[in-house]
Design a protein around this ligand. Structure first.
Ligand SMILES: Nc1ncnc2c1ncn2[C@@H]1O[C@H](COP(=O)(O)OP(=O)(O)O)[C@@H](O)[C@H]1O
Ligand SMILES: [Mg+2]
Length: 361
């Protein structure tokens, strides 16, 4: 039942409600069969973007192309039922008066698929989402996770060009969320549908997606694969939204780099490609290491004297707070759980150049 999805392209897409700009000049090319997440805090314009793709909302500006055909613009909008897209909502929205099998068959009936073929396809999909034993049950006789599987089966049985999911797991408890996440990923591998997945949960986006679109206030902050987003965030917003980080002020004066009042080794500024003046870098807590006193001469990264001011044991790590040099600036440091350093210890922190990300905004 393998099939290829479609190419989707959003060009200068905007949506204004009254005088409020909910989506602001969004540009995105989604490749055939790609799994893309729209990730950002509540209110950043994810649902509005998804609803424009589905055809429920007409854009104020810009357009949407599906396989190079314009399906949405401020002038024209192809109705949702003519887009061959399926959308899954946070509330499962399965029909309570139909059995599981009838729910899944409904879209096929609408599309004029013969009874025989519909029967075969429904059975096949129900087996894929592990609901074959429950085909004759009504939604009220199912758990939340099972209802969400019905919604999934109903969405994929029609072989959509594009599958749209709006926070589909947020009503499930944590264990089930993790299981369904894996399930969605497996089905995507099987069907290779072009998929747009909306979520405010970074780990959900990281596990499922080929690429993640990070949004804030209606705008795209960065589009990248999960590793690049984490390792090379381009903005302050992305660095702090994806995982935990420290922002550190740095000062470049000619060839000299000064961090927390401490002059660094000669070519530090050049290594970090920092320009003259005051700037900011992002350093992840686990990229710091505490140095033994005799190792203070390292030149392949920054060395900053510090004092441990707080610590907490997290099982998988020790999390420290360390005050830098003679300043009031503190950083979070996360180490191996076997490295226990007492509060009050005066030591030094080291971070390799390769783990330091200059922040440009
Ligand atoms: N129909 C509407 N009328 C007015 N404002 C809206 C409407 N729909 C959404 N908004 C506003 O647009 C912004 C983006 O909403 P939404 O796309 O739902 O965000 P998200 O899905 O990222 O949480 C929010 O501030 C929301 O209040
Ligand atoms: Mg939303």
């Amino acid at each position: 039942m393998s099939q290829a999805g479609s190419k989707l392209s959003l060009q200068h897409l905007s949506c204004v409600f009254g005088n409020y700009v909910a989506v602001d000049d969004v540009n995105l090319d989604v490749q055939k069969g790609e799994f893309i997440s729209l990730l950002g805090p509540s209110g950043c314009g994810k649902t509005t973007t998804l609803r424009m793709i589905a055809g429920f909302i007409k854009p104020t500006d810009g357009h949407i192309r599906l396989n190079s055909q314009i399906v949405s613009s401020s002038k024209t909008s192809l109705p949702p039922e003519r887009r061959n897209m399926s959308m899954i909502f946070q509330s499962y929205a399965v029909w309570p008066n139909m059995t599981v099998a009838q729910n899944v068959a409904f879209g096929l009936k609408l599309r004029g698929v013969s009874r025989g073929e519909a029967g075969t396809r429904v059975a096949e999909v129900l087996q894929l989402v592990k609901l074959d034993a429950l085909a004759e049950r009504y939604p009220s006789e199912l758990s939340g996770g099972q209802q969400q599987r019905v919604a999934l089966a109903r969405a994929i049985v029609v072989k959509p060009d594009v599958l749209l999911l709006d926070e589909p797991l947020s009503n499930l408890d944590a264990n089930l969320r993790e299981e369904m996440r894996t399930e969605i990923k497996r089905l995507h591998r099987l069907f290779e549908m072009t998929t747009i997945y909306v979520t405010h949960d970074q780990s959900e986006a990281m596990t499922t997606s080929d690429r993640i679109v990070v949004m804030s206030k209606g705008k795209i902050e960065q589009i990248d694969d999960p590793v690049s987003l984490y390792r090379a965030p381009k903005t302050r917003f992305v660095a702090s939204f994806i995982g935990r980080t420290n922002f550190l002020g740095v000062e470049v004066d000619g060839d000299r780099l000064i961090v927390a009042g401490i002059a660094q080794s000669a070519d530090s500024a050049k290594q970090l490609k920092l320009s003259n003046g005051i700037g900011t870098v992002s350093i992840r807590p686990q990229d710091f290491e505490f140095l033994a006193a005799q190792a203070n001469k390292r030149t392949d990264g920054l060395v900053i004297p510090c004092k441990v001011t707080d610590r907490s044991y997290q099982g998988e790590s020790w999390d420290y707070t360390a005050r830098l040099g003679e300043t009031e600036t503190s950083v979070h440091v996360s180490t191996h759980p076997k490295l226990a350093i007492p509060v009050g210890t005066a030591t030094s922190l080291f971070v390799p150049f390769a783990q330091i990300v200059p922040i440009t905004d």
